[in-house]
Design a binder for this molecule. Sequence first.
Ligand code: GLU
Length: 295
Amino acid sequence: MTPPVFRFAPSPNGYLHLGHALSALLNFDAARAAHGRFLLRIEDIDQSRCRPEYETAIYEDLAWLGIAWEEPVRRQSEHFSDYREALAKLARADLIYPSFESRADIARLIAAREAGGTVWPRDPDGAPLYPGTAQAMPAAKRGARIAAGKAYALRLDMAQALRQSGALFFTEAAGPFAGSEPGEREVVQAHPEVWGDVVLARKDTPTSYHLCVVVDDAMQGITHVMRGQDLYAATSVHRLLQALLGLPAPVYMHHRLILDETGQKLAKSSGATALGALRRGGATPDDIRRLIGLG
Ligand code: GLU
């Protein structure tokens, strides 16, 4: 039997905090317990927010926690051609289209639609679903805009994608991959439609989180994706992209989040729970485990 492959995939756009420690340690511990592999992936496609010092701090913090990962680390910024290829595949299947609107343009379009009293649907992150205006644009007009050098995002044609994929399901493990008893897994129906026509390549970045994560998990042979509950709804989009791109589906487990005293999930900017700050304040790796309930 091939060993299970786990991963931790932080973005170097801030310092790691207790929530990241939980995710990283759950994956590392599970990999060790299962005699599996543990990989680290740096999700650094957003070059405007990612910084080398944050990446260096990720390696320092993880090593301090006693986590060891395989080399070489996959850095997404070194693999744009892989994401371009995946987009090309979706384009050949007629599943993506360019949209030119900014976020402000979309907000205006939605406000106009809501002015009459109807409530426009929001995605699980609270953003209004894209109204599909660019899709209705005549091909000649679209071509002229692209030829004129106007920036555009690439969106998934959700309706067309769903027609192609049919109903989809993913496997959610009930505990942190403590075992493989049938009762500990649940088959969940994916509902990617709640996201509408999601962006797969942004105006400023020629790819997106959803696309990269799916391509990378497949390329790295990830068998088990353990990540925060905040990404549960995104898994439906990932399952859809896996189906459209012909990629295998890992087993998922979405773990509890570490909340601050006001009940909000920790943000990268909340310095008090940053691992580096805790370490400099005298905390030990065992203290961190205790703080996040892994003692
Ligand atoms: N890079 C994402 C984050 O830092 C995690 C992606 C994932 O685990 O799928 O939130």
